[in-house]
Ligand binder design. Structure first.
Ligand code: HPA
Ligand code: ZN
Length: 350
């Protein structure tokens, strides 16, 4: 498109990116061989015959649940600290090529601790990649630890305890000071995995503890779930952002509240098509959000699975909505304002 070069150079922030969702078929096979992890035999699941057949399978998910099965099966190849570092580093390299200047990335500690991988192995590997991204690519980063909502709240509480014991939440909670913010390894908490039937309010206790410790708060909501999953995250968890949130458009009063409270939605267009939330990007309420003053960022979610990194998502939105340069500048500014960074970094990005 004529705006491709402009969109490539626009300073982008990514806020909705699962590091485990950056596991490409090539990396699945490479790490399985290195770690001696058995992949499903091709008789049991023909998708695992080769990296190419696995990539073809990624193009055809029926739903969030269908995708999550594949996601949890794949991540079993991640074992050593170096595996987590490599996974995140490969993402940061591609993100830099796509014009990402600041990335706030999710990880799912329970998906690893449940398999016997230590919490600190995961965090140390991801942290090493974040430090390298800052040094070698000039990308600033934040780590957001997500709780799996299909597991009991007691498991989330244990995960919170691991983060506290490891000293990963230490910091004095001054969100305007970049140096303070950088001292905390884990900046925020999120909530992901199966949405419908696992209401946000179940996790009120760990979120209350997050707020007490000055940890930032977001939650997936309004992807497959109705708008009460969004209001539940705002009221029950005091979430400062909503991940996805596209079903907000079904509740005009709630939409006005999101505008007034300057809640950022982290929208993931290609993900929504891949998981059949909508049939095509043009059906997403992105024009409505922009016109109503809802702040949102555009993100890749699980780029290894959903057919594109962040610039692919920007271009898909441009193709569907044909925004002006000024509209794109506003989207980029809103995503900088919605980032969990201090004033110094904000001014550098603006
Ligand atoms: N939605 C919910 N949970 C997830 C996702 C998603 O898109 N990706 C990884 N975990
Ligand atoms: Zn997500």
């Amino acid at each position: 498109s004529p705006l491709h070069q402009f969109l490539a150079e626009l300073p982008k922030c990514e806020h909705h990116l699962h590091l485990e969702g950056c596991l490409t078929p090539a990396l699945v096979f490479k790490l399985a061989a290195k770690n001696g992890v058995a992949l499903p035999s091709p008789e049991d699941d023909p998708a695992y015959a080769s990296p190419e057949s696995l990539a073809a399978h990624y193009d055809n998910f029926g739903s969030l649940e269908d995708f999550l099965q594949c996601y949890y099966r794949g991540l079993r190849v991640l074992v050593a600290e170096a595996d987590f570092e490599l996974l995140a580093w490969e993402y940061f390299v591609t993100a830099a090529e796509h014009g990402v200047r600041h990335a706030e990335v999710f990880f799912d500690p329970q998906s690893h601790t449940e398999r016997g991988v230590a919490f600190d192995t995961v965090v140390r590997g991801f942290k090493a990649a974040c430090d390298r991204a800052r040094r070698e690519l000039g990308i600033t980063t934040r780590l957001i630890m997500c709780f799996l909502r299909h597991l009991p709240p007691a498991s989330a509480a244990e995960t919170l305890a691991s983060a506290v014991e490891g000293g990963h939440l230490d910091g004095d909670g001054d969100h305007h000071d970049d140096d303070n913010e950088a001292r905390r390894t884990i900046t925020g908490f999120g909530l992901d995995s199966s949405e419908v039937g696992f209401r946000p309010e179940l996790f009120a206790d760990v979120y209350r503890e997050a707020e007490r410790r000055g940890v930032r708060r977001t939650a997936h909501g309004g992807e497959e779930g109705d708008p009460t999953y969004i209001s539940g995250a705002l009221d029950g968890l005091r979430a400062e952002r909503i991940d996805h949130g596209v079903r907000l458009v079904e509740d005009p009063a709630l939409l006005r509240r999101v505008v007034e409270e300057e809640i950022l939605l982290t929208v993931c267009p290609l993900s929504n098509v891949c998981l059949r939330v909508v049939e095509h990007v043009g059906q997403l309420p992105i024009r409505e959000f922009l016109d109503a003053g809802v702040r949102f960022s555009i993100n890749s979610d699980d780029p290894a699975y959903f057919g594109g990194y962040v610039l692919h998502n920007f271009c898909a939105v441009q193709q569907a909505f044909d925004f002006t340069i000024d509209e794109w500048r506003l989207i980029a500014e809103n995503s900088i304002h919605g980032s969990w960074i201090g004033e110094k970094r904000r001014l550098e990005l603006l």
